[in-house]
Design a protein around this ligand. Structure first.
Ligand SMILES: *Cc1c(COP(=O)(O)O)cnc(C)c1O
Length: 435
């Protein structure tokens, strides 16, 4: 398989090169040059997430030096439960928060790290690479956990000071060793702009070898297809119709993986994007022109995105807007509704995170409108990451999963950084000289 740019103005390259490059040289996002087509019987002997992933990703790795290591990569990186829990006779929760940092981003971050580590083994003399990530909370921790203590890599996390949850901030600063957390005096958009500028700065990259692990990385998109495939196959094996998937959405990385898995033939029904009050996608799907805008802060902070970075991939898959609007729908949920949803579901024994609550509410709306088809609500993070939001609503503490508790028990440290490019460059160069 080769990979081409969504802007069609860059040469096709192999998988390994596309993983390391992040963005294509024409500014586009890498996408596969063609799509494989699967039948459910192709997965007959695949019962686990690593097995489904290895089968699904085989054509995507074909022809690349990593092909022979795909099974090992999947076994190492995707050994995380992704249970499909029944919450009503026709409704399931796809729990994607059982990894080390308690959000779905663990799956893809670990997969990317497993690929990078193997690519690096071919070139052990190369200088240490700095993985630079801007985060609104969950990506940074997942990437830090995935690269923590990996020889040949350093992680630098940029996060907006005071705008992530206290536990998210603690997690980011709790790794130490080869991971540095920089708390930036600015917004998430500032952090992202700083990281983007650095990753496009050839002079800087000649001094400090940089790579990225953000939401547009092909190495995050590909493995995320696997948990949708496994969930869809489990429903099929139980005799069910292809379920709808309702996905809490910000940058469209996670939801696009569901859409791509469906395009490859997996038995997935409707894909419904649930957003917070950032309405860029719902407005487009309601018929308006696509209009990216500044993000606004909400309770579901990991989805505070006004310019979803994977939208280009959606347009690549469905070049015609009318086709696209038939393939996918989107609905916005405001903060007051998130609060009400968290309370109502907790009253029925389901404690969710604020992001998952957007999808639960979109499902409630569909049910109220008479839709009784099978549906899977995607649970993107564990509620314990957002205790300061959830506990006052519920009036009691939420249980903390052991991996999260272990991180929270460690000391945490983050360095302040001014939101200027000069400050970032100076810090990256100084860190690179330390070793
Ligand atoms: C990152 C994140 C999202 C949004 O995912 P995208 O791939 O950006 O759409 C939703 N929920 C949680 C908990 C997240 O961390």
């Amino acid at each position: 398989m080769t990979y081409v740019s969504t802007r069609a103005d860059a040469p096709a390259i192999g998988l390994g090169a596309a993983l390391v490059a992040g963005l294509a040289p024409d500014g586009g996002l890498y996408v596969p040059a063609s799509l494989p087509s699967f039948d459910v019987t192709d997965f007959d002997d695949c019962d686990t997430l690593p097995a489904v992933a290895a089968r699904l990703l085989r054509p995507f790795f074909a022809g690349d030096a990593l092909y022979g290591e795909l099974d090992a990569i999947c076994a190492e990186a995707l050994d995380i439960p992704s249970p499909l829990r029944a919450i009503a006779p026709d409704t399931w929760l796809l729990e994607l928060f059982h990894g080390p940092t308690a959000a779905f981003k663990d799956f893809a971050a670990r997969f990317l790290a497993a690929c990078f580590a193997r690519l690096r083994l071919r070139d052990a003399a190369a200088p240490a690479r700095t993985v630079l990530v801007a985060t609104s909370g969950d990506t940074g921790a997942a990437v830090a956990a995935a690269f923590h203590r990996r020889p040949g890599f350093r992680v630098v996390i940029l996060y907006p000071d005071g705008r992530v949850s206290p536990r998210q901030a603690h997690q980011l600063g709790a790794f130490g060793d080869n991971v540095r957390a920089l708390r930036v005096a600015g917004s998430f958009d500032d952090c992202q702009a700083l990281a983007k500028r650095a990753l496009a700065d050839e002079a800087l990259k000649a001094r400090v070898p940089l790579t990225s692990a953000n939401s547009i990385s092909l190495g995050r998109l590909l493995p995320q297809m696997a948990y949708y495939a496994l969930a869809a196959l489990q429903r099929r094996r139980a005799g069910g119709a292809p379920p709808a998937f309702i996905v809490p959405t910000g940058n469209l990385g996670n939801a696009f993986a569901a859409i791509l898995a469906r395009a490859c033939g997996l038995p997935i029904g409707a894909v419904v994007l649930a957003t917070n009050a950032n309405r860029t996608l719902p407005d487009f799907f309601a018929g308006a022109d696509y209009a990216p805008r500044a993000s606004i802060a909400t309770l579901a902070n990991a989805m505070d995105v006004g310019a979803p970075s994977n939208f280009e991939r959606l347009r690549w898959l469905y070049p015609d807007d009318a086709d696209l609007r038939r393939a996918v729908t989107a609905e916005a949920v405001d903060d007051a509704t998130i609060r009400a949803t968290l309370r109502a579901h907790a009253g029925r024994g389901l404690v969710a995170c604020p992001h998952t609550a957007t999808a639960l509410h979109v499902l409630d709306r569909r049910r109220a409108a008479g839709d009784h088809g099978d549906a899977v609500v995607v649970a993107t993070a564990h509620p314990a990451k957002f205790d300061t939001i959830i506990e006052p609503l519920l009036g009691h503490p939420v249980d903390t999963p052991p991996a999260l508790a272990a991180l929270l028990a460690r000391p945490a440290e983050a360095e302040p950084l001014a939101a200027t490019y000069e400050a970032l460059v100076a810090r990256l160069c100084a860190l690179d000289r330390e070793r």
